[in-house]
Design a protein around this ligand. Structure first.
Ligand SMILES: Cc1cc2nc3c(=O)[nH]c(=O)nc-3n(C[C@H](O)[C@H](O)[C@H](O)COP(=O)(O)OP(=O)(O)OC[C@H]3O[C@@H](n4cnc5c(N)ncnc54)[C@H](O)[C@@H]3O)c2cc1C
Length: 449
């Protein structure tokens, strides 16, 4: 798993309708911008909602592969994008939020993406238009929804303002990330942190465990005697179990107190009190137990935004409140001409920025094929990669290759790839940490420039 392989891993198994190269960086790692072809004979109006990891990438690749006849309008609520990836490093002071900021300038100036800074308030699948908050509508031939996800209130909470002012989840990078950092800094040594993990599926499967590690590392150095208690709603660590178990029980012994099978039943934000039940191997080991830490970081259950629910795009399964899609095109299985990519979609792939970028390329390719009357590519391959800092200088990684399985209509890890399982690094190393920086730069460059 070397650097070259990761650079290559950002392309997908597409021949490139227009024969264009898919790399974005030259040997010196300088972004190489490819020209948008003018004369493809393909035309259409595509509206993309959300300019995050999935939405920015699909807007770029629709223009790159579709040509200037494909009018792409990207509607994004924020003026710029703050990356969630690497945002745990803001908590420990290793990065600033500003270093995670990406603009839409290159998408507009180089690729000719028409950018609108507004929030979409409604989707009309029959009329094929979206409504903008504050007025106005945009018509589309095909719509791509990439709005990320929304966060539920934890039991006992009455307003999202509690996340913004008292108990930040910081699971969307921004002011809450800075608030959590400030709370950690202000915490007296010897006092404790509680982090709660929701039942899967949630954004970035290794992310919460990564956050536990980097906070534990920081507590060890900066707050002697402090601990981080982890209330995990899952029965056990859900990914990279060996690496995280080793970190929790050996490297961070006495600092991390991991409590799997813990369901939060109440949060009192004002007093930072969390009440929970814990079940271990089918046996209830804690009932209405309470912790009152100095810093409370609840990572809430997550769902596709209300916009998608209102448009009738969500699965009926209350445990999977996301949008089912045909993974050859990411077209909704419930509404034609609407595609859903990124965290809001319901697939067998993880909710992660790297996979959002891959879904975006699959979707862009499929839309160009649909507009030009070409058959769908039925041999779609995607790749997922996550790097995980374990300390301030070492990291592990987790990677998987997914391939379309016609029998189930889903993306599966082929049996020949590590017996159908994701592959994890055998141990945290400094080399992995350095590779992580290159991987991040490559992924963000491919998405925003
Ligand atoms: C701490 C942390 C660490 C992570 N680490 C990794 C990692 O190492 N590797 C990895 O692959 N992934 C990682 N992730 C996950 C990754 O950040 C997400 O999976 C990814 O950002 C999802 O991309 P998305 O495009 O679906 O949503 P987002 O990136 O959230 O983008 C959604 C965009 O849509 C916009 N939007 C929403 N609603 C509207 C609307 N109605 N109108 C207009 N605009 C709207 C939002 O403003 C936002 O810009 C991490 C996440 C966290 C929290």
């Amino acid at each position: 798993m070397n650097r070259r392989k990761f650079l290559g891993s950002l392309s997908i198994g597409r021949l490139g309708l227009l024969g264009l190269p898919e790399a974005w960086a030259d040997e010196s790692n300088t972004p190489v911008l490819f020209p948008v072809p003018t004369n493809t004979g393909i035309s259409g109006r595509i509206v993309v909602v959300g300019g995050g990891m999935a939405g920015a990438a699909v807007a770029k690749y629709l223009r790159l592969w579709g040509g200037t006849g494909v009018a792409v309008t990207l509607v994004e609520a924020s003026a710029s994008y703050t990356s969630n990836i690497m945002s745990n490093a803001v908590l420990t002071g290793q990065r600033t939020l500003a270093s995670l900021n990406y603009t839409y300038d290159t998408l507009a100036s180089h690729y000719g993406v028409n950018r609108i800074n507004a929030r979409v308030s409604g989707v009309d699948p029959d009329g094929k238009f979206v409504s903008l908050e504050g007025g106005g509508t945009l018509s589309y031939d095909r719509l791509v929804l990439a709005p990320g996800l929304d966060f539920d209130l934890m039991p006992g909470m009455s307003s999202p303002v509690e996340y913004e002012t008292l108990v930040p989840h910081a699971w969307k990078a921004g002011p809450q990330t800075q608030l959590l950092r400030n709370q950690l800094l202000a915490m007296p040594a010897g006092q404790h942190v509680v982090l709660t993990i929701p039942r899967a599926p949630y954004r970035c499967p290794p992310g919460p465990y990564e956050r536990v590690c980097v906070i534990a590392d920081w507590l060890k150095k900066n707050k002697p005697g402090s601990k981080i208690f982890v209330l995990d709603a899952n029965a056990n660590i859900i990914v990279e179990k060996e690496n995280f178990s080793q970190a929790f029980t050996v490297r961070y012994a006495g600092v991390v107190d991991y409590r799997p099978g813990s369901t939060v039943t109440h949060i009192d934000s004002a007093h930072r009190t969390v009440t929970y039940d814990q079940v271990s191997n089918g046996v209830q080991v804690a009932s209405h137990a309470q912790l009152q830490p100095a810093v409370l970081n609840p990572i809430p259950p997550q769902r596709a935004p209300q916009l998608l629910k209102d448009a009738g795009l969500l699965s009926a399964d209350p445990l999977k409140p996301f949008a089912p899609v045909n993974v050859l095109s990411y077209e909704s299985t419930l509404e034609a001409f609407i595609h859903v990519i990124g965290d809001a979609s319901l697939t067998t792939q993880p909710k992660a920025g790297h996979i959002g970028n891959q879904q975006a390329k699959t979707c862009a390719d499929a839309i160009v094929r649909l507009l030009s009357g070409q058959p769908m590519n039925r041999e779609v391959v995607t790749n997922s990669a996550c790097y995980t800092p374990i300390t301030s200088t070492t990291a592990t990684w987790l990677s998987a290759v997914y391939q379309y399985d016609a029998a189930s209509g889903t993306m599966v890890i082929p049996a020949q790839h590590n017996n159908g399982s994701a592959i994890a690094a055998s141990a945290p190393t400094t080399e992995n940490y350095q590779d992580m920086q290159l991987w991040f730069k490559t992924l963000m460059g491919d998405t925003f420039s």
